[in-house]
Design a protein around this ligand. Structure first.
Ligand SMILES: *Cc1c(COP(=O)(O)O)cnc(C)c1O
Length: 427
């Protein structure tokens, strides 16, 4: 463990926690669909001296001196982000996905304005105005939802009616627990019809979009995309706001200006330049042809796992998946709660999360569903056959729930993990 020699010497307590976590990551299988493994190059940037620098402002317009190299890093990151997502402008300063969303709301709305977003229990995210968030008290969030939870189809007619009635400033599309593709065209058409901005929160699927394995909202007239950089995009923990103005350069320039002001000085302080350097590196990795293969494999592996679950009689929300994640109703399928399933599978070395499902009959702390996905496994080189085996191991544990099944699954998980080491480089 000589790579942390200084931490080991200075601070054995923190050293122990870091080493323990890295061992956990290496030996188990990560099925949480919002997690991934970054390259060593990204990690080196995160540990670089750029963390020492204050760079409030934007390239060429900073509040402090000594910005020769930080300007260069941020310009590289912005240019690569624009190339990757065919965007007119990119703001790479948001510290995470939540900040990116809040800044986008601030850029395009005044306090009290209405934002029309996906029902949280139908796959929307906490930052889309959940009552526990402060931002839900600043803006007026109203909801659209699925018409049919068995197919996942959104009720676009009802959405249009709500939009006409509520006159939102933003139509917000995007999700953290929705396994299907949204009709970006329909959503941006509705936004245009009611004179709202269209914002897609692609935090989960940014890597699929960048790799061509999912459609891009920008190809269907969206104004703005917010995203994390650490989920399928496989960069450092962070956020980003991309602007395209529905393909209209003037509209895009106007929005981009508002976005920049909202991020800084509106919401954040100094940008984390070490994180921005790491973002730039991960964008370069995502621009390689090999990233297209990665994105395609994520989707194929998820489809393979969904097939195994369906063949066993499990109920999957929306009937399957088009992307990287699967939502299974373990309560109605196996008579086990989401929290119990999470714990059992964790004991078997497979990490995932309990999740509420649409029209859940159980409470949020112990819901009916589990959510899992393939981005991290696919980074480790799992193909469809190995993914199917993982699905079978999960099902064995969920059905039998005895110590022997858990132990057997854990032993096989350790073998699979050892056979698929976490890679250090993607280029
Ligand atoms: C993960 C996620 C976020 C929040 O990202 P953080 O980096 O955790 O703040 C926002 N929106 C969606 C849809 C997400 O899935």
């Amino acid at each position: 463990m000589e790579k942390y020699a200084h931490i080991e010497k200075e601070d054995p307590e923190v050293f122990g926690a870091i080493v323990g976590e890295e061992k956990r990551q290496a030996e188990g299988l990560e099925l949480i669909p919002s997690e991934n493994y970054v390259s060593s190059a990204v990690r080196e940037a995160m540990a670089s001296g750029l963390t020492n620098k204050y760079s409030e402002g934007y390239p060429g317009k900073r509040y402090y001196g000594g910005q020769e190299f930080t300007d260069s890093v941020e310009n590289i990151a912005r240019d690569r982000a624009k190339e990757l997502f065919h965007a007119y402008a990119a703001n790479v300063q948001p510290l995470g996905g939540a900040n990116a969303n809040i800044a986008a709301y601030m850029a395009l709305c005044a306090p009290g304005d209405t934002i029309l977003g996906m029902d949280l229990s139908h796959g929307g995210h906490l930052t889309h105005g959940h009552p526990v968030t402060y931002i839900s008290k600043v803006f007026n969030f109203v909801r659209y939802s699925m018409k049919d939870v068995e197919t996942g189809e959104i009720d676009y007619d009802a959405l249009l009616e709500t939009a006409k009635k509520e006159r939102p400033k933003i139509i917000l599309a995007g999700f953290s627990a929705y396994p299907r593709t949204l009709d970006w065209k329909r959503l941006s058409d509705i936004a245009r019809e009611v004179d709202a901005y269209s914002v897609a929160d692609v935090a989960h699927i940014a890597g699929l979009i960048a790799g061509g394995a999912a459609t891009s909202p920008f190809d269907y007239g969206f104004d703005v995309m917010t995203t994390t950089t650490h989920k399928t995009l496989r960069g450092p923990r962070g956020g980003m706001i991309l602007t395209n103005g529905g393909g209209d350069a003037e509209r895009a320039a106007d929005i981009a200006k508002k976005v920049d002001k909202a991020v800084f000085p509106g919401l954040q302080g100094g940008p984390h330049m070490h994180q921005i350097a790491a973002k730039a590196i991960s964008f370069k990795e995502a621009l390689q042809p090999s990233f297209k293969t990665y994105a395609k494999n994520i989707v194929e592996n998820a489809a393979a796992m969904a097939e195994v679950f369906k063949a066993s009689g499990a109920r999957l929300l929306t009937g399957g998946t088009d992307n990287h994640l699967i939502l299974a109703d373990v309560w109605s399928s196996f008579g086990i709660s989401g929290a119990e399933a999470e714990t059992l599978l964790d004991n078997a070395g497979m990490t995932l999360n309990k999740n509420s499902i649409a029209n859940d009959t159980r409470g949020p702390m112990d819901p009916s569903g589990i959510r899992f996905g393939t981005p991290a496994m696919t980074t480790r080189g799992f193909g469809t056959e190995a993914s199917k085996e993982v699905a079978s191991l999960m099902l064995n544990v969920l059905k039998n729930r005895d110590e022997a099944s858990v132990a057997a699954a854990r032993a096989r998980v350790h073998e699979l993990a050892a056979a698929h080491p976490i890679p250090e480089s993607f280029v």
